[in-house]
Design a protein around this ligand. Structure first.
Ligand code: PLP
Ligand code: COI
Length: 362
């Protein structure tokens, strides 16, 4: 692969000592521990992408008028690097993250990072910091992001940006580990409206979700469920995950992509794996009242959340302003367990990669 922009490597002169690193990797939690390096690449309207470097991770100098701080021109991605039992380091479908990043950029009037440059930035960082990938069930969570750096207070697309990749060794996203999660249905808040930015992975969507997420936590739940903004009837997605429903007759249902939800790469992968396994999958609107009726009548057996951070997490209980309901016996169901096993097995090298989803780095 020839890159129009090459990444200059300036390694850290005093990396974290191995003993300290091992202690940090012991129980990293999610998104709290960071590796020694980062990649930064600048973009200006005049020079395009330039000054690409891998360098020691550290604070960024930013003009207080940087447009991202005022008008939220910011997008990000999330993917993981895995260390397999044989020591091989792999990524799962990183090209999909590159594509989605370009789509998010287009929606936010930002320049696209060419796919080869996006992938090279990630691979350079993972190769340099591969000692930070936890063994066993942990992984190295990669966070590519881009924001407007131009110091300018007029409201228009900025003319300067920084693309950056950082890495964080992680364990399970939910503190309860594999225990089924509880979800809270937001009735007073919407995440995204038609024509808005719901399908883009932009920071603003998450800022808008935080109060609803805090309400979920106050109500003893792990995640918030958003309904459609117009009627507050159709289930869309969770604060940071897509959602699936498993019917008693074996059908798998998930809300359709209509511009208001994120096209999750885990969601897409699960649809394919489920079809491969002979399950009937339906991308169609599913309402909250129907969800409750189906759970109570037994027509629905399981529900689960899925995403890069969360992987596949069974939903055991749903709470909302007028009550709530349990899904089956509140435990993790068989279909959820099998799909999770299949996906994790693929990422970990225990299941054959029939679709060419695995990119081996070293
Ligand atoms: N929906 C939202 C709002 C998310 O933040 C995420 C996480 O990235 C997902 C869905 C799942 O997307 P993916 O499977 O690509 O991680
Ligand atoms: C991810 O799964 O990568 C996300 O961005 C979601 C967030 C909850 C960490």
């Amino acid at each position: 692969m020839t890159l129009a922009v090459s990444i200059t490597v300036r390694p850290h002169t005093s990396r974290t000592p191995p003993s300290q690193r091992s202690a940090l990797l012991n129980d990293p939690g999610f998104g709290k521990v960071f590796t020694d390096h980062m990649v930064t690449i600048k973009w200006t309207a005049e020079n395009g992408w330039h000054d690409a470097e891998l360098r020691p991770r550290g604070p960024l100098a930013l003009d207080p008028a940087a447009a991202a701080l005022h008008y939220a021109q910011e997008i990000f991605e999330g993917l993981k690097a895995y260390r397999r039992p044989d020591g091989e380091v792999v990524l799962f479908r990183p090209e999909e993250n590159a594509r989605r990043f370009a789509q998010s950029a287009a929606r936010m009037a930002m320049p696209a990072v060419p796919e080869p440059l996006f992938l090279a930035a990630i691979e350079t960082l993972v190769r340099t910091d591969c000692d930070w990938i936890p063994d066993g069930e942990g992984s190295l969570y990669l966070r590519p992001f881009m924001f407007a750096t131009e110091p300018f207070l007029g409201v228009r697309p900025a003319a300067e940006y920084l693309f950056c990749v950082i890495a964080s060794p992680v364990g399970a996203y939910f503190r309860g580990g594999a225990k089924p999660i509880k979800v809270w249905v937001a009735s007073a808040f919407s995440r995204a409206a038609p024509g808005g930015t719901g399908a883009a992975k932009c920071g603003g969507n998450y800022a808008a979700s935080l109060l609803a997420q805090a309400e979920a936590v106050q109500n003893g739940c792990d995640q918030v469920v958003f309904l459609d903004a117009a009627r507050h009837r159709w289930i869309e997605e969770l604060g940071g995950m897509n959602v699936f429903f498993v019917m008693a007759d074996g059908r798998l249902v998930t809300p359709p992509l209509g511009g208001t939800i994120l096209a999750g790469i885990t969601r897409g992968s699960i649809l394919t794996l489920a079809r491969d396994a002979g399950l009937t999958v339906e991308e169609r609107p599913y309402s909250l009242p129907q969800f409750q009726d189906d759970a109570e009548s037994g027509a629905l057996r399981e529900a689960f959340a899925c995403g890069t951070a969360a992987v596949v997490a069974a939903i055991g209980e749903v709470r909302h302003a007028n009550g709530g309901f349990t899904i089956s016996d509140g435990g993790a169901g068989e279909v959820t367990r099998r799909l999770r096993e299949e996906l994790v097995g693929l990422q970990r090298g225990l299941v054959e990669d029939r679709h060419g989803w695995i990119r081996t780095l070293c």
